[in-house]
Design a protein around this ligand. Structure first.
Ligand code: GLC
Ligand code: GLC
Length: 808
């Protein structure tokens, strides 16, 4: 079954059936107000923080799933239908949902009535616009009852789902001039409220959920819609909603446009009330006035589209392969921005109440969007660094609203510090802004700020000071693989592996951190050298060399790199093991870092990955899967074989292998891996794949799982950034470096003529590549018509146009 297709010209994914294998969603908003919206119109909204400032309610793990969100019911005679099919699930004569850049449009038709619903969050406004156009395409007059409903969340999403002894008594609303204001807790410590409005007179309203659904009723067949009447109750406790009833009469050929608005408003303390007990609605009125007509909505929509055009104009390719072009030009970059905005908080898999911003996650996410939003990336790096401990370790997560490290999870993930170096190096390579190194940034709990450079130094030294018996890095609680918990020894099913207390851990070592240290250590050395810190650079280089030696002495297993030593000093990821003989991470990192090239190790390791880990749907993280729980390994062995870190295709690490293949000179293999997990190449297997065909998922079930190829956890994953790095910087080969843009493509034979444009440090590069299978030595590069000897092309003056031609 096929559920949709790409519309490249419009930068949209067009969903043509509403019964997708899983809700296929989109994100609205890029500043403070965010919404998730599914192809049925399901989803929820929040302001800045999905947990603490949730505006509308969403019931997770619900059946039927995805039946809450912004709901519109059209009652035409005895038929009741929703433009997005759910929740009534009345058959539609036509249905189409277009997810675009920051907006979603759903169009459907039933019995000669068409609905066209446009949803977006305008720039610079804390609201979601819902514009609904109803048209009469039949030959007779239509008299319709339209109901629009939204259910409020009582702000704190966690509390909202658990603390019923309190919150079933706290709900409060106000209704004024047909606008519903949600004001729970506004009397006490909150100075914010939400509202729902429509730019037309309403025939009725309701604010109490039970009055709308009927007792024991649901949103599939709400009683109020069945009896065509909203009672107009003012909610007092229980579950406040905003519901409107509009009577619409349409002559043949006539249309009616309505603008619904879900808004969020903060009032300064002194201006909370207009009269005792009455909310001051001045700001809400001003917000409504900005979007109270079609022309204003259209202008805001054009502004949003222009801003996305600008964001996507920094990198584009025309390669002759439309599946590649649409991912690179549109969807991969779009997902990178979304991941940057959301971190791992709110998706249809992440409930928005769990995690803050991860230290390592955001440092990697940045790599995918620093070319689009360098200033925001800079600020994020400063925020992240300020949660670092004075010893160079780091809080694993922090909360975006408070910018404080998260104490429940703590620190001790020994890969974390290195990602900061990678993020800052990536930022400098993109922007040339060396001044970031001198920015004052405090360490957690230290009053006097140090410089950003000092943070990088302590990050580097954190590894140097935490080496184990083989002079390889101690793993701490875990490294990038959150589930390789070599010091936990968890036997209590009630404890989380992520927060379980680790033993002192002076034995278990990580070969992934070792590989990272070599590769990222090179960046650090460069940074020292280029800022005149020669001694430090030499010192760092010596440490990197020692790490290479330690890997060669203790990290090679004969056919591939080991993954770790456990806390008894036993090998993990070795042919000596029964299960988990080979893991992908250390092989990819050591190959990227060219460790042991003189012995041919990178190629051998990559061959082993290909032979033992690569599947049709991507590279599994390890093999064979653990069949039993290993207390000395932790969560990795807790998942059933083929899922997640236990031998799933953990997409995040696949691009590391692609990059390593490019480094090793095997362009064809790199592109082959790229296509195996890239969603646009998997459109033919939508039914199996299940998740959205326009974004990466974190995990695809591995070969040991019953439904190999089935994806889960779409959208918020480091996969987005790393695939963009792999495809843009390595396969297409346009790579920011300290001195300029390196143009070093690793194109497979099938990509013969490739044209790229890249904005870089204020210049615009137009790059043409002719690929006729020359050897690297025979390659030629011309810049503005002149042959050059180096493939690093420095930027020119602000605004310069730089033409690069590569013959390869
Ligand atoms: C999740 C986490 C990430 C971790 C990965 C592997 O994606 O967000 O931090 O590295 O899992 O365990
Ligand atoms: C679990 C998941 C892993 C995730 C971690 C953090 O360990 O398997 O992917 O990174 O939780 O929440």
């Amino acid at each position: 079954m096929v559920y949709g297709h790409f519309d490249d010209g419009a930068r949209e994914y067009v969903i043509t059936r509403p019964d997708t294998p899983w809700p296929w969603i989109n994100y609205l908003g890029t500043e403070d107000f965010f919404s998730l919206v599914s192809n049925a119109g399901g989803g929820y909204s929040f302001y800045k923080d999905a947990r603490l400032r949730r505006l509308t309610r969403y019931r997770y793990n619900d059946v039927p799933m995805d039946s809450n969100g912004r709901l519109f019911y059209i009652r035409d005679g005895e038929t009741v239908w929703n433009p997005g099919w759910r929740p009534a699930r009345t058959d539609l004569e036509s249905y189409e949902c277009r997810h675009g850049m920051g907006y979603t449009r759903i169009r459907s038709l039933r019995d000669g009535v068409s609905a066209d619903l446009l949803l977006f969050v305008p720039q610079g406004a804390d609201c979601e616009v819902q514009r609904l156009v109803l048209s009469n395409a039949s030959r007779g007059r239509k008299t319709l009852d339209l109901f629009a409903v939204t259910e409020f969340c009582l702000w704190n999403a966690m509390d909202d789902m658990t603390n019923f002894q309190r919150n079933l008594s706290t709900g409060e609303v106000e209704v004024e001039e047909g606008v519903v204001y949600h004001r729970t807790e506004y009397r006490e410590r909150r100075n914010h409220f939400a509202f729902y409005s429509v730019n037309a007179p309403v025939a009725g309203f309701e604010t109490d959920r039970e009055q709308f659904t009927g007792r024991y009723g649901g949103f599939e067949k709400p009683e109020a819609v069945s009896c065509r009447r909203l009672p107009g109750t003012l909610a007092s406790g229980w579950s406040p909603i905003a519901a409107f009833h509009l009577k619409i009469s349409l002559e043949p050929g006539e249309s009616r446009s309505l603008v619904f608005l879900l808004g969020y408003v903060e009032n300064p303390d002194a201006e909370k009330w207009s009269a005792p007990g009455v909310i001051n609605k001045t700001r809400a009125a001003a917000l409504r006035a900005r979007f109270d007509s079609d022309s204003k909505v259209e202008a805001a929509f054009r502004e949003l589209s222009a801003s996305w055009c600008a964001l996507l104009s920094g990198f584009s390719v025309s390669s002759g392969d439309e599946r590649l072009d649409r991912m690179v030009n549109v969807w991969n970059q779009y997902q990178c921005m979304t991941t940057y905005n959301m971190a791992r908080s709110a998706s249809y898999f992440e409930s928005g109440i769990g995690r803050g911003i991860g230290f390592r996650d955001t440092s990697q996410d940045l790599l995918g969007c620093v070319h689009q939003i360098p200033l925001r990336a800079r600020q994020r790096l400063l925020d992240v660094a300020s949660t670092q401990f004075a010893d160079g370790g780091a809080y694993h997560q922090y909360q975006p609203l408070t910018r404080q490290g998260n104490r429940d999870v703590g620190g001790d993930f020994n890969d974390d510090p290195l990602w900061l170096i990678l993020g800052v190096a990536g930022y400098i390579k993109e922007t040339g802004d060396w001044a970031i190194l001198e920015e004052p940034v405090p360490f957690d709990a230290e009053p006097v700020p140090a410089t950003m450079f000092e943070h990088l130094l302590r990050s580097f030294n954190h590894v140097v000071r935490n080496l184990g018996p083989h002079r390889l890095p101690l793993i701490g609680h875990a490294d990038w693989n959150d589930c390789l918990n070599l010091n936990c020894f968890s036997t209590d099913p009630n404890e989380s592996f992520q927060t379980a207390v680790s033993r002192d851990g002076r034995t278990a070592e990580s070969m992934m951190i070792a590989g990272m240290f070599v590769l990222i250590g090179e960046d650090f050395t460069q940074i020292c050298r280029r800022t005149g810190r020669k001694e430090m650079a030499d010192e760092a280089q010596a440490r990197v060399n020692e790490m290479r030696s330690a890997i060669l002495a203790h990290g090679w297993d004969g056919g591939w790199f080991l993954r770790a030593y456990d806390s008894f000093g036993n090998k993990v990821g070795s042919r000596e093991n029964t299960d988990g003989q080979i893991y992908v991470e250390a092989n990819a990192w050591c190959a990227m870092a060219r460790v042991g090239t003189e012995h041919g190790y990178p190629l051998k390791a990559l061959d082993a990955v290909r032979d033992r880990l690569a599947t049709r749907y991507g590279i599994v993280i390890l093999d064979p899967p653990y069949r039993e729980y290993h207390v000395e390994l932790g969560e990795v062995s807790s998942y059933p074989p083929g899922y997640k870190e236990n031998a799933g295709v953990f997409c995040h690490n696949n691009p590391w292998v692609m990059i390593a293949e490019c480094v090793a000179g095997r362009a064809g293999q790199a592109f082959d891996y790229y296509k195996r997990i890239c969603p646009s190449y998997l459109e033919g297997v939508q039914e199996l794949h299940r998740t959205e065909p326009y974004v990466y998922s974190q995990m695809v079930a591995g070969k040991a799982a019953p439904r190999h190829g089935e994806a889960k956890n779409s959208w918020l994953t480091g996969t987005a950034a790393w695939n963009f790095v792999a495809v843009s910087q390595w396969i297409l080969g346009v790579r920011p470096e300290f001195d300029g843009l390196r143009i070093d493509p690793s194109l497979p034979p099938e990509l013969r003529n490739v044209e790229l444009t890249r904005k870089f440090r204020g210049c615009r590069y137009s790059i043409r590549i002719r690929n006729s299978g020359r050897t690297p030595r025979e390659r030629t590069i011309t810049v503005n018509g002149k042959r050059v000897g180096s493939d690093v092309v420095p930027p020119g003056k602000e605004g310069a146009e730089i033409r690069v031609e590569v013959e390869m």
